[in-house]
Design a protein around this ligand. Structure first.
Ligand code: DAH
Length: 346
């Protein structure tokens, strides 16, 4: 035991002399005196010593403890003095260093949407505009959602007070989805139609990590002879693979939307748990990324397209949802928060 103590002393005195920074000294101190440090470990072995041995080892142990502590203190002082000396000669040039220049960059959602648009561009889809303030007719009625239809509950929104304005319609609202672009796509284009609309939508929502009152959607409309659910399945997979990588599995599940028949939810296998079920996918194993379906004959007719000759498919993707999954963003409200700490992560 005496030998062990002397050996520790020798080893640590050497380390202390070699230390050139305060951080190194701190580490040495912890190695010696910290929890489970050398001193701690040695003193735990005292119970195995006889009384006579303890009489010799005890004082030696205390003496070496003190010596090492002292050596650390002395070395600390020397290093500090060296630092002060080096600072005496230091000059500080404040010119050209006044304010750190901040360069802006694209908002993560805008960047994500541009990436998305490029994928569909390559397939021949062209972007169109649709107004954020629209008529009840374009947002609901023409999409097979008449007034008092229970499906309206899904898209509760904010209505504009038009009493003081002379307008052709008094029923104006903040659009609840990019599907208000469908009627414009059908009316304004020559067939076949391959159009998309990306932009803001609004809902009267209960806000939480997945729901925002102001959010983005991405609408795709494809109308031609013989367009079918097979095209919908293929394009959904093509798109989601381009965004999330070729590993992603895609499924279509039946879902009701009044403006499509049949309607589906487009799910991607949860990339976090690979289908096992986790917090992000709510234990389901799948994440819903879009609503979609075959455009309802009534909608085609309203847009002047003959449903006996043509058929169409449409999707409404949630880019924020997809970007959250792709970049591991935990709360949808961060996108509109203007929080620089969040924005600078991208
Ligand atoms: N507009 C729907 C929503 O906001 C999503 C949607 C469903 C869009 C089916 C579509 C569609 O184009 O075919 O919930």
């Amino acid at each position: 035991m005496e030998e062990k103590i002397s050996q520790i002393k020798k080893e640590y005195l050497h380390k202390i002399q070699k230390a050139s920074t305060l951080e190194q000294l701190d580490e040495i101190f912890i190695g010696l005196f910290g929890k489970n440090g050398e001193v701690d470990q040695l003193s735990r072995q005292f119970s195995t010593l006889s009384k006579d041995e303890l009489k010799i080892v005890g004082p030696l142990f205390n003496q070496i403890k003190q010596e090492l502590e002292q050596a650390i203190g002395n070395r600390r002082q020397v290093i500090k003095e060296e630092i002060y000396k080096s600072l005496e000669n230091e000059t500080f040039d404040i010119k050209g260093n006044e304010i750190k220049k901040r360069t802006g960059h694209m908002h993560p959602l805008t960047a994500f949407e541009e990436e998305t648009a490029k994928i569909f561009n390559k397939l021949g889809f062209v972007q169109i505009d649709a107004p954020l303030i629209d008529t009840d007719y374009n947002n609901f009625e023409v999409l097979n959602i008449p007034e008092n239809h229970p499906a309206r509950d899904l898209w509760d929104t904010l209505y504009l007070d038009t009493t003081n304005y002379q307008l052709p319609t008094t029923k104006l609202l903040l659009r609840t989805h990019t599907s208000n672009s469908q009627i414009r796509a059908l009316k304004s284009s020559k067939l076949p139609i391959r159009l998309m609309n990306i932009g803001r939508c609004f809902r009267y929502e209960n806000l939480d990590a997945r729901h925002e009152h102001t959010f983005e959607q991405f609408e795709i409309v494809y109308v031609d002879h013989g367009v079918s659910m097979a095209n919908l399945q293929y394009l959904s997979e093509y798109f989601l693979k381009a965004i999330f990588g070729s590993d992603i599995k895609v499924r279509l599940k039946p879902k009701y939307y009044p403006f499509v028949e049949p309607g589906v939810g487009v799910d991607g296998l949860c990339i976090f748990c690979k289908g096992k079920g986790c917090k992000v996918c709510g234990g389901i194993g799948w994440l819903e990324l879009a609503g979609a379906g075959m455009i309802h004959p009534n909608v085609l007719k309203a847009g002047g397209v003959d449903p006996n000759e043509y058929s169409g498919i449409a999707w409404g993707f949630g880019p924020a949802r997809m970007a959250m999954i792709k970049y591991g963003i935990e709360d949808i409200r961060l996108f509109n928060s203007g929080d620089l700490k969040f924005l600078e992560r991208f």
